[in-house]
Write a protein that binds this ligand. Sequence first.
Ligand code: 5GP
Length: 178
Amino acid sequence: MAMDSQIEPRVFISCREIETVVCRLAARINEDYRGRKPILVAVLKGAFIFLADLIRHLDLQAEVEFVSLSSYGQSRGTSGKVEVVQGLCADIRGRDVLIVEDIVDTGLTTNFLLNYLKKQKPSSVKICSLTSKPSRRKLPVNIDYLGFEVPDKFIVGYGLDWDGKFRHLPDLCFIKEE
Ligand code: 5GP
């Protein structure tokens, strides 16, 4: 397959490692939510593959909602301003909500989403994120279920993109930014 000649993704977390960790996270979520019917709120677009793998390891009557938030745009620098592009369809009042994120970087998006969801009076909100870059944090985020801590490098694959590309890669990869 033809790749962008400037950019070559390098695997740093393989699909096998991801699978092991997703199973572990699901086991903890199954334990913690036993007998409950959480609503998983996945953040588009990056979390779609993580959500698909995670939910297939849950033995809960989980429901799924998607939200789309503006954050990075085309480049790496974040404006610090987050907006709802597509909000929730479901009524989450009195429900257990589990946010499913691909990455918590500065924490601005997750904090915004937490506030947005809490205004709708769910009975609980927790966060499950595949990855976290703690060195980039601007706002603190308490991640209840975390897959991997990653260094301050731009990652793609397993649903994460660079300018719309590389979401299809099965592994988490670094790209060298030119
Ligand atoms: P925040 O800085 O608000 O925590 O993260 C905003 C968004 O930036 C994330 O949801 C994700 O879409 C994107 N992002 C942050 N770091 C990375 C990265 O290393 N790779 C990719 N593909 N997206 C990232």
